[in-house]
Design a protein around this ligand. Sequence first.
Ligand SMILES: Nc1ncnc2c1ncn2[C@@H]1O[C@H](COP(=O)(O)OP(=O)(O)OP(=O)(O)O)[C@@H](O)[C@H]1O
Ligand SMILES: [Zn+2]
Length: 849
Amino acid sequence: MSQTHLFSLPQSEPAAADRVTLFADVILPLPLPKLYTYRVPFELNDQVVIGGRVLVQFGAKKTLSCIVAAVHETPPKDYQAKYILEFIDDAPVVTQPQLKLFRWIAEYYMCTLGEVINAALPSALKLSSESRVQLHPQYLSEGTPYPLSEQEQKIVEALGTEDGKALTFSEVGEILGISSFHKVIKSLIQKDVVFLFEHIADKYAPKVVKKVRLAHHFVAEAALEGLFENLASKPKQLDVLMRYIQRVPVYQNEHANHTGLEKAALTSSPHLSPSAVNTLIKNGVLEQFDQIVSRFPLDEKEGNQMPFELSEAQTKARDQVLELFGQKDITLLHGVTGAGKTEIYIDLIRKALEGGGQVLYLLPEIALTAQIVTRLMRVFGSRLGVYHSKFSDNERVEVWNGVLSGRFQVVVGVRSAVFLPFDSLSLIIVDEEHESSYKQYDPAPRYNAREVALMMGTFQGAKILLGSATPSVETYYQCRAGRWGLVPLTKRFGEAGLPEIELIDTRRNAQQGQKKPSHHFTPELTAAIEGRLSQGEQVILFQNRRGYSPFISCLDCGWIPKCKSCAVSLSYHKNAHELRCHYCGHHEVMPRECPACGSRAIRAMGFGTERIEDDLKLMLPEANVQRMDLDTTRAKNAYQQIISDFEQQRTNVLVGTQMVTKGLDFGNVSLVGIINADSIIHYPDFRAHERAYQMFVQVSGRAGRKGKKGKVIVQTGDPQQPIFDKVMRNDYQDFYEYEIAQRREHMYPPFARVIKITVKHVEERMALEAAVLLTQELVERLGRDAVLGPEAPYIFRIRNFYLQEITIKLSREHTVLKHAKAQILEAITLVRDEKDFRQARIVADVDPM
Ligand SMILES: Nc1ncnc2c1ncn2[C@@H]1O[C@H](COP(=O)(O)OP(=O)(O)OP(=O)(O)O)[C@@H](O)[C@H]1O
Ligand SMILES: [Zn+2]
């Protein structure tokens, strides 16, 4: 065989008969009802990867990256397929089990696959025509050991002309004069010469650490000896050098010098002088360089620590779970607050990992991950990945890839973690399974991560453990029916008992003229707080409303400021000196005088967390009060900071919204105060009673978790509410019996499936007309009994859209449900296609919470 054959393309094309034309169905990151079909360029037939990304042209100008969902030989009927422009991946970024799951989500939650993909992929994986490249800092400081092709060189030159210059993909294409420029970019990325970032999204910023190493001419032993002699009269510099040699064994291994040492290891040492470090750098003894590092470094010290030894009750519960897993796929661990469920999960995770499977541990709230990650890190170290929205996009991509590569075998995360590319899950834990924050309201897919997890478990053959002290009625019903396993844990871990609950009648207090120091605090609550603080114990206060006050009002003319786009009053935020809409984010400066009558008598009405915090600081100037709500936790590490301050007892009182009620574990909290219980009970929804029960039990559960007897004070204007009795007796069974009877009688879940349809229109009349037409169409298809509404919701206008809601109740039977959804979509399409209703938006929410 001649040499040239190895390098040149085959001389002749294969005979036409062998030539297979492949088509790929791709998922575009757009809400399109169908997949689009593109043609695979023949010479690239063997490069198509299902689950890999390809670049295609969509519409006239747009270049988009999308995921290949299927490959076949059938051309599309209605249009001429365009060619795929480029293949980005040679291995899938989305696995087959994921694609299957995404299809299920789209079908079940009545949305498009594009919407699912859009929610699932971290945006750094979604290249589009807006992606840009820039020179990599590592390349700028060190160059690259790899040879660059002529085309690559061209791009580097184009980027190098000015500092921080970036090129779009199409500019790269123009410079090279070719359309298949993506290969060049990919190769440059692999060689760390350039990096990629989304123009619209945050800039991709690789994590860079400053390092130092010995200048190469000092590495040889003789040179190093000479250096020591030269520095003999400079003890501070000598110290730095000695430390460097200690940490980096240059004598034993010259190559060790290449990786160097983090500069901070020298400059932040209390025994070394930072200026001596800098002098050594200035004099060329040490050289400074940047290194790109993983955002999740391997830490050899972490991990492999033994978890706590399980108590007898925990061991028994764990064994029961394992036994039930032998018979059933889904089991509920129903353990009271503080029972030690987390330790049981940890034990089960260890077992699952020993068996070689992957584990997903879902939590409802980022606030909770802060505490639990610390506990899991100790045991699982760098095998543990963490996934939530406070992570930057880059970090999310690192976790995504870590799951694909097998680096992360356990992932703890909030609801979006169900989208990660698992393919061999053996255990899924859904902690606080009753939580409504598992449900995504907006935008589509409006999924419930608990339900998705159940389906994911079925697809991958994983066992599922649901955990809660207050299980959802739906879950408990399945357990009672014997379909799911049930393991009870009725005692708290250790000596701790459940807290005592006391109801304080705020009406009686009000009649007695209790106004000062603050009428939000009854004398009983104030005394209890003072008492606990004087014992050195900590207090949690719960108020389910953020801001200073939910509205303000002019005392003279009664004016109340409302949002221009939403049918709600504006909340007053005192620290920011603003009025804010909690629905659309609109904000304006707090007025000095009433714009209606000019009076200055403007008062804050009602109270939110900010006001509680404020009043408390006045009442107890000595105490350290911190607040945890949406407003104080926007910064990336804010949760962690607040929680660790409270854990370390740097703060005495924690005031917060529902964030403080869930799963947090503080040993020294002996009092929980519920400032206004009534606002929790009165909520227009069939789940109101269930929610209230869960909320009260959960927030009470934060008190007295270790040893000391805890106490809960509930302020209410209606102490006769039957729900309090159930909470105080901690009688879940009683709550359940009452609730399930209600649900059966009124045909609500678990006896029916609910789908809520919201019709939105900027004109009130059109919203109603569209909703009336839709209701007719739905009644025709599903029958009168299945359709309730239309009805304007309590907040009938949001972001300029008037709302109308239709509630549909359906049989739970799978085939019926599937059929009904198809009919609902048909009815929606029909209304949307009406000329008059083109501007209407219609949203279907399956299993609304
Ligand atoms: N076997 C054990 N050894 C030592 N400490 C334990 C053990 N089990 C649990 N604990 C401690 O008991 C406390 C309560 O446990 P954990 O937070 O797991 O409760 P939980 O059941 O998850 O409660 P909640 O439903 O309120 O979230 C924690 O501080 C935990 O560290
Ligand atoms: Zn608004």
